[in-house]
Write a protein that binds this ligand. Structure first.
Ligand code: HH2
Length: 286
């Protein structure tokens, strides 16, 4: 139960925008000292809560809050530290903006449960329910949407020579299997979201191939979320070193992914992506 006394997740079932035509934006809020692009910027709850307000004002549908960096080579944090970072921010955002949709970026049941109890409505699990066996039942019981992301290996080692015979087919098959697992654990099919995991155990070429062939993942029948925002492969193409300056490259990925059927976009720069996607949607409607 959430503080309003409703079963958790119940509120999002009717007219769920996650299942609409999109585009829907998740604004990224990393409450970490070491995230690759905004590490340390929002470590203190006041700064994090204020930034969430800006992301919502710029048109984010949801705020995706993470307390552990998953950048290549990152160390895992303790469950206690993750919870200490995330929970006050979930609470603070919802105190200030009770209508906000909060997504919690965690693979740990304890963090997900505490966030859901505090009013979060979505669980974003970069391990696709492999990291902590308790998360599947938790999201099934909560009746909330869950993002299942593809990752080869784990953040510490995932960028050491990732190899695939056919990256698109392997990611598609993995996501199909994880969706099947989630549903067998009691997650409603309409609450499953899939994500190719751009940058998670992938070379730049793998990322580009996944983006170009995204429609193959869309064919699975679940909403597709894309998280390419500010990632390193964009810098490899454009020569832009500072992740914070990779907004134009990010916008290109959002529009291309939208064209191929993705509807959900996890981004740092909400305004730029929202405006570009609004134009793309208008063109599509014409
Ligand atoms: N990427 C990151 C973190 N969480 N979740 C989903 N579903 N998809 C993604 O592509 C994804 C994600 C990594 O980006 P970021 O949060 O900006 O950095 P860090 O992991 O260093 O905090």
């Amino acid at each position: 139960m959430n503080p309003a006394g409703q079963p958790r997740g119940q509120e999002t079932r009717a007219g769920n925008p996650l299942r609409g035509p999109g585009p829907v934006l998740f604004g990224i809020l990393n409450v970490t000292p070491d995230s690759f692009s905004d590490g340390g910027d929002f470590l203190y709850p006041d700064a994090a809560i204020a930034h969430a307000g800006s992301l919502l004002d710029e048109g984010a549908y949801a705020i995706d809050i993470g307390g552990e960096s998953t950048r290549p080579g990152a160390d895992a944090v303790t469950p206690e530290d993750e919870l200490r970072r995330v929970l006050p921010v979930v609470r603070g955002i919802l105190e200030l903006r009770p209508e906000a949709v909060v997504s919690v970026d965690t693979y740990r049941a304890a963090t997900a449960e505490a966030a859901l109890d505090a009013g979060a409505k979505i669980v974003n699990d970069v391990t696709a329910l492999r990291g902590d066996p308790k998360v599947a039942k938790l999201v099934a019981d909560a009746g909330c949407p869950v993002v299942l992301m593809h990752m080869l290996g784990e953040p510490k080692t995932m960028q050491r020579e990732p190899r695939y015979d056919d990256v698109v087919a392997e990611v598609r098959d993995f996501l199909a299997r994880r969706a099947e697992y989630a549903i067998s654990a009691g997650v409603k099919p309409e609450n499953v979201v899939v994500d190719p995991g751009i940058g998670f155990g992938k070379t730049p070429q793998h990322n580009l191939k996944l983006l170009n062939d995204l429609s193959i993942l869309v064919e699975l029948g679940f909403p597709v979320l894309v998280g390419a925002s500010r990632k390193r492969f964009l810098g490899g193409i454009t020569g832009v070193e500072d992740p914070k300056d990779r907004v134009y490259g990010t916008v290109a990925t959002s529009v291309m992914a939208y064209e191929r059927g993705a509807t959900l976009f996890r981004v740092h720069d909400v305004r730029a992506n929202r405006e570009a996607l609004k134009v793309a949607a208008a063109v599509r409607r014409a």
